[in-house]
Design a protein around this ligand. Structure first.
Ligand SMILES: [Zn+2]
Length: 431
């Protein structure tokens, strides 16, 4: 009889169990870190990436002496184990269950209806809260203006702010959240904005008073929303292309479009899009920059990403050196030093193609080569290249990461100023 009751309870539970919500899950997905030593290993990994979407590569297998992180679906664990053995690939398992991290992170997300007064940097926030917080700042500070660019594929405006205390200042453009899953980017950019508005530190005040700032915390609003509601690890925008969806907006700009480090396959994470600047988000950003670069004297551009702890400058698509390569090296070095002094984290600085991997169609290469913005950097924030949580950075790291970014910006802008990049025409004549 007792057995019968247990069986009955069990079947009732099954009948009453609610179906799982329609969101992507990563139960028992593992992260592997491999070190590639031979050409057959390179070829095997390239085939594996081409043929199976059960393996998510962070970057691509290109050559020997290269580290690579790969996320592996649970039904491929036996296969990858056998392949690693057969090809004598050195590898470690960084993480055994991606979903566990994503579940834990839920406690670090403020609810969607959080009032903007409760916005802070101890939690991650929905897009609506970020935008309401921006509006609140605009209502508070007379020198701050809300900017709405054209709409995304899902008809959401790209919203940013312009901080301008003096029309004579040169301007800095800070582009954040172009890759949806890199939540530390919007979080750090709003932190920097808040410091520019409220800090009493002399070095921060100098930046707020002597530069005008365009800060866009989320330039991929559809993708960012999608990471909260459907798939935490989504990177692209959400526009459908055949069976798959999403264009990597940071491969969609007109800088050697669809060249190395971009894919023509809509199902890939680095899909370059249907054509140059095919996406409404890319068009909105590019049009705004083109229309304002001269008038607003935009001389500096920062694109904020995660992870890998890098400070990179053009180019991503060619090994040719940028015309002011030595200056960019010196400025980047100052940024990395400032970050290490802040909390001891080590960031590498260099040209994009030398530092991370080839990439084409990215925004920083485009603003540098097409618009002539001479000081242009891509940041990859925490964690390190062998990060065990990748884009799911614990919320307690938001403030220290953002402090590092601010420290780097201060040092880099000081160095670029020293090099004469922001001198106006009158000052230049005097130099
Ligand atoms: Zn990114």
């Amino acid at each position: 009889m007792r057995h019968l009751i247990i069986i009955c309870l069990f079947s009732t539970a099954l009948v009453n169990s609610t179906p799982a919500p329609n969101v992507a899950r990563y139960d028992h997905f593992r992260l592997y870190r491999v070190f590639i030593e031979t050409q057959p290993q390179v070829a095997m990994l390239q085939q594996l990436e081409d043929r199976s979407d059960s393996y998510s590569f962070m970057g691509h297998a290109r050559n020997v002496n290269q580290n690579l992180t790969i996320m592996v679906a649970p039904h491929k664990i036996a296969e990858i184990t056998e392949l690693l053995e057969r090809y004598e690939l050195q590898g470690t398992i960084l993480l055994h269950n991606m979903q566990e991290l994503i579940d834990t992170e839920q406690h670090s997300i403020k609810p969607k209806n959080t009032p903007p007064e409760d916005f802070n940097w101890l939690f991650y926030h929905h897009l609506t809260t970020i935008n309401q917080w921006l509006q609140l700042q605009v209502n508070t500070y007379p020198y701050l203006e809300l900017i709405r660019l054209n709409e995304s594929y899902e008809h959401q405006s790209l919203i940013g702010v312009k901080l301008a205390k003096n029309p004579e200042n040169t301007a800095i453009f800070v582009e954040c959240g172009i890759h949806a899953r890199e939540w530390i980017s919007p979080a750090s950019c709003t932190f920097v904005l808040n410091e520019l508005l409220t800090s009493t530190r002399a070095d921060v005040r100098y930046l707020a008073d002597n530069f005008n700032w365009f800060i866009f915390p989320v330039v991929n609003p559809d993708g960012y929303r999608y990471t909260f509601e459907a798939d935490r690890l989504w990177r692209k925008n959400t526009r459908p292309y055949g069976l798959c969806r999403g264009v990597d907006l940071n491969r969609n700009f007109a800088s050697d479009w669809n060249g190395p480090g971009a894919s023509a396959d809509p199902c890939r994470y680095d899909f370059a899009g249907g054509s140059e600047a095919s996406e409404p988000e890319t068009q909105a950003l590019a049009e705004f920059l083109r229309n304002n670069v001269a008038e607003q004297r935009i001389r500096t551009y920062f694109s904020i990403h995660s992870f890998s702890q890098l400070i990179m400058f053009p180019y991503g698509y060619t090994t040719d050196r940028a015309h002011n390569y030595d200056d960019l090296v010196a400025i980047g070095k100052k940024g990395a030093e400032a970050i290490e002094n802040a909390h001891g984290k080590k960031y590498l600085s260099g040209a994009m193609i030398e530092t991370i991997y080839p990439s084409s169609g990215d925004s920083v290469d485009w603003v540098y080569s097409a618009l002539g913005i001479p000081v242009a950097y891509t940041f990859e924030l925490r964690g390190p290249p062998d990060s065990t949580n990748m884009f799911v950075l614990p919320a307690k790291e938001i403030i220290p990461t953002a402090e590092e970014l601010l420290a780097a910006l201060i040092a880099m802008l000081q160095e670029a100023t020293r090099q004469g990049y922001y001198a106006n025409d009158k000052q230049k004549q005097e130099l």
